[in-house]
Design a protein. Structure first.
Length: 255
């Protein structure tokens, strides 16, 4: 079995592949400081809860945008699984050509998302990841990472709203029944969600216009992305495990 891990600013998402099948996924909060032993016991317990024997893990691959976590997490993998993990970054074969200004500045998560979208769904493709930040990446028909857009994630926008406006409450992020809000909470939800839908559709349209390609496939991933995907017809595919699948594909190429 292969263990894949994507370390983002909010969560660490872990998947286990048996051959080419994703058999289990787990999510751990990133912002809690943990030692390698704490990571090890936590992952062991999560695997055990799904009847997965840690001794069956034959290799590990990691993508990360949080350097502070990497020492403990990588040490955990070496200490508890007996494998030195593959870390997605410069020098690791991905099959995606980086043609942006400074390829080293592109987050590992964006690279594996690009690999997953391109290999699974073809190109040209716009890959949207609704994460802590929302990213829109354009991959050409021949597999080149040509451009990317970065915007504040919807949760960041929500926190800014209730933290910086004294009289506005913390709210659940969901789409209200109507944009014609009648109360404070639904008016905030309407502004957040409908505003984010509008932003998403505009960026997609602008990328299509500037590339001159109207039939670009649009693939989305990320936890809160489902709210947006369900409210627009401009996103063709929603794949919530795209990053994990991309990690598996990168592992196959690296090996």
């Amino acid at each position: 079995m292969l263990l894949v891990a994507d370390i983002s600013n909010t969560n660490i998402t872990i998947g286990v592949f048996e051959d080419n099948e994703l058999v289990s996924t787990f999510r751990i909060t990133t912002k809690i400081q943990r030692t390698s032993d704490e990571f090890g016991m936590l992952i062991f317990n999560l695997l055990s809860s799904k009847n997965i024997n840690h001794n069956e893990i034959h290799d590990v691959i990691i993508s990360s945008v949080v350097p502070d976590v990497m020492h403990s997490f990588e040490s955990c993998i070496i200490k508890y699984f007996g494998h030195k993990p593959i870390i997605v970054g410069p020098g690791v074969k991905t099959g995606i050509k980086m043609v942006t200004g400074n390829a080293r500045e592109i987050g590992a998560d964006r690279i594996v998302d690009a690999v997953g979208a391109y290999e699974l769904y073809g190109g040209p493709v716009i890959v949207i990841d609704f994460g802590t930040a929302t990213t829109f990446d354009y991959i050409t028909s021949d597999g080149a990472f040509a451009a990317g857009v970065t915007a504040p994630g919807i949760r960041i926008c929500a926190k800014a709203l209730w933290q910086d406006a004294a009289k506005l409450p913390e709210i659940e992020i969901k789409k209200p029944d109507s944009i014609l809000a009648k109360d404070t909470i639904s008016s905030m939800q309407a502004g957040l969600v409908y505003g984010y839908i509008g932003q998403t559709e505009y960026i997609i349209s602008k990328i299509k216009k500037e590339t001159g390609i109207e039939n670009i496939k649009v693939v989305a991933t990320g936890g809160l992305g489902k709210i947006i995907v369900d409210a627009t017809d401009m996103i063709d595919i929603y794949d919530n495990t795209l990053t994990l699948k991309g990690l598996k594909l990168v592992y196959d190429k690296a090996k």
